[in-house]
Design a protein around this ligand. Structure first.
Ligand code: PMP
Length: 462
C-alpha cells in the first residue's frame, strides 16, 4: 500500500509532468497508478481501472507479461549495455533488425531490409529528417529540404518531432516549426468535408492538398511527405479509403520520399504488422516505437526501405547521426520477446478477424446515442465525436470542454478514455476479449449518459 497524499505531495513538489508541467490538474492531486495486470491498472487507493488507452497507445500485449520481464532480466545479466557505434554490434539488436525486416512485407517491389534504432518515436522522427536530407544530398539535390506534414499530426516532442507534428498548441511555444517544414490539412471528413461530400470524394480531394502544397513550395525543393496512417493523438482521424492511393500517386509523380509514422499503428493495432499493409501504400521509411516492446522498455527506430538504404550504404559512407542507446541490447531483447509473444498469440490476426470487427460492431451502436455525431473504428482504435445537434452537426461551445467532462466521468467510473477536444478516443490492449469489450462498452455508455445528464442539468441541452 502507498501513502497517496505523500506521493502526491512529492509529485507536486518535484515532478514536472510531460505536457502539463504539473500533474495536479484537477486540484485534487495527480492519480497515482501503482500496478497493472492484463487490461487493468490500479491506483494507490486500490481502485481498478480498465485501460482503454493501453498506457499511451503501446501496451499491445497487455500488462503483467512475465516473458517480457524475463527477457529483460536475462539480457541484463548477460550484456546490459554496449554501444553499436562504428564497428561493434550486439546479438539482440541484430536479431531484432532481422526479425523486423522479416515482418515488413514487400510492396511494389520495395523491401525493408534495414533498421536504424533509437529509444523513442520523437528521436526516430529526428532521424527521419536527417536521413531524408542526407539522401537528397548524396543524390546531388541538396535543395530538397522541405518536409510536408499535416495539421493536427503528432510526430513527437523534440524540436524536429514537434515541428513535423501539426499541433498548434505545440507550435505556439519554443519558436516552432523549425525551417523547411510545412503542413497541409488533415483528411478529417467530419471537420473538412463539404456539405454532402462522400467519403470517397473527400478522400481524393484531401490528398490533392498534398499536390497543391508541392506545387506551391516547388517540387524541386520537396524532400518528403510524412504522415500517420491513421492520425492518433490528433483524435483518431481515419482517412477515407481513397486517400492513401491518391497520396501514393502524388509522391510517385514528384519522386518525393514517403515516411509512414507507425508509432501507434504498427504491430497489430490495425490488424497487420505494419499499417501500410492495410492501406496498400509503399513508404520509403517507417517510424516505429513503443508498441515494438509493448511499452515495457523504451525503444524506437526507423525501418529503412531499399530506395534510401541503397544510397546511404553504397554512396554514403558515414552518416553522422546516432544515439548512445541505438540498438540497446536489453530493449532489443524485450522487443524480440514481445514480437514472439504477439506472433504466438496472433494478436494482429485477432484484431483483423475477431476483436477488431467486434469492436466496430459494438462501437457502431453508439451512433444512436444523443451525444454521438460519429462513431468510427479502424482495427483496434476508435473515436467518438460528441455533438450538440446530430442533425445540424452543431458542436458544443469549446469553453464547455465537453470532452473533459466525459473524461472525468470515465476516470471516476474506472475507465481510461482520452479526450481530444470533443472527440473521445480509445486504443485498448490487443489481448482484450469480447467479454472485456462488452465491459468497456457498458462503461462508455454509462459515461456518455452521465455527460448528457450534466449538460441537461446545466441547460446546455433540452
Ligand atoms: N509519432 C506518433 C505517431 C506518436 O503517436 C508518438 C507518441 N504518441 C510519437 C511519434 C512520439 O513518440 P515518443 O513519445 O516515443 O517520442
Amino acid at each position: 500500500q502507498h501513502d497517496t497524499k505523500a506521493i502526491q505531495a512529492l509529485d507536486s513538489a518535484h515532478y514536472l509532468h510531460p505536457f502539463t508541467s504539473h500533474g495536479d490538474l484537477a486540484g485534487v492531486g495527480a492519480r497515482v497508478i501503482t500496478r497493472a495486470d492484463n487490461i487493468y491498472v490500479w491506483d494507490s487507493e486500490g481502485a481498478k481501472i480498465l485501460d482503454a488507452m493501453s498506457g499511451l497507445w503501446c501496451v499491445n500485449a497487455g500488462y503483467g507479461r512475465k516473458e517480457l520481464a524475463d527477457a529483460a532480466y536475462q539480457q541484463m545479466m548477460t550484456l546490459p549495455f554496449y554501444n553499436s557505434f562504428f564497428n561493434t554490434t550486439n546479438v539482440p539488436a541484430v536479431q531484432l533488425a532481422a526479425k523486423l525486416a522479416s515482418l515488413a512485407p514487400v510492396v511494389g517491389g520495395r523491401k525493408f531490409e534495414h533498421v536504424f534504432f533509437s529509444s523513442s518515436g520523437s528521436e526516430s522522427n529526428d532521424t527521419n529528417v536527417r536521413m531524408v536530407r542526407r539522401y537528397w544530398d548524396l543524390l546531388g539535390q541538396p535543395q530538397r529540404k522541405v518536409i510536408i506534414s499535416r495539421h493536427n499530426a503528432y510526430h513527437g516532442s523534440t524540436m524536429a518531432g514537434a515541428s513535423l507534428g501539426g499541433m498548434s498548441g505545440m507550435h505556439a511555444q519554443g519558436d516552432l516549426p523549425i525551417p523547411n517544414i510545412t503542413h497541409i490539412e488533415q483528411p478529417h471528413h467530419w471537420d473538412n468535408a463539404l456539405p454532402g461530400e462522400s467519403h470517397a470524394d473527400f478522400g481524393r480531394r484531401a490528398a490533392g492538398w498534398l499536390e497543391e502544397k508541392i506545387l506551391e513550395v516547388g517540387p524541386e525543393k520537396v524532400a518528403a511527405f510524412i504522415a500517420e496512417p491513421v492520425q492518433g493523438a490528433g483524435g483518431v482521424i481515419i482517412p477515407p479509403e481513397t486517400y492513401w492511393p491518391e497520396i501514393q500517386r502524388i509522391v510517385d509523380q514528384y519522386g518525393i520520399l514517403l515516411i509512414s509514422d507507425e508509432v501507434i499503428c504498427a504491430f497489430g493495432r490495425l490488424g497487420h504488422w505494419f499499417a501500410y499493409q492495410k492501406f496498400g501504400y509503399r513508404p520509403d521509411l517507417i517510424t516505429f516505437a513503443k508498441g515494438v516492446t509493448s511499452g515495457y522498455i523504451p525503444l524506437g527506430g526507423v525501418m529503412v526501405g531499399d530506395r534510401v538504404a541503397k544510397v546511404l550504404i553504397e554512396q554514403g559512407g558515414e552518416f553522422n547521426h546516432g544515439y548512445t542507446y541505438s540498438g540497446h541490447p536489453v530493449a532489443c531483447a524485450v522487443a524480440l520477446a514481445n514480437l514472439e509473444l504477439m506472433e504466438r498469440e496472433d494478436l494482429p490476426g485477432r484484431v483483423k478477424n475477431d476483436i477488431g470487427p467486434y469492436l466496430a460492431e459494438r462501437f457502431a451502436e453508439l451512433s444512436d446515442h444523443p451525444l454521438v455525431g460519429a462513431a468510427e473504428t479502424c482495427g483496434f482504435v476508435a473515436g467518438l465525436v460528441l455533438v450538440k445537434d446530430k442533425g445540424t452537426r452543431e458542436m458544443f461551445d469549446p469553453a464547455l470542454s465537453v470532452g473533459m467532462i466525459c473524461r472525468g466521468h470515465c476516470f471516476r467510473s474506472g475507465l481510461i478514455m482520452r479526450a481530444v477536444g470533443d472527440r473521445m478516443i480509445i486504443a485498448p490492449p490487443l489481448v482484450m476479449t469480447r467479454e472485456q469489450i462488452d465491459e468497456m462498452m457498458g462503461l462508455i455508455v454509462k459515461c456518455l449518459d452521465a455527460t448528457l445528464d450534466d449538460l441537461r442539468n446545466a441547460g446546455e441541452l433540452a
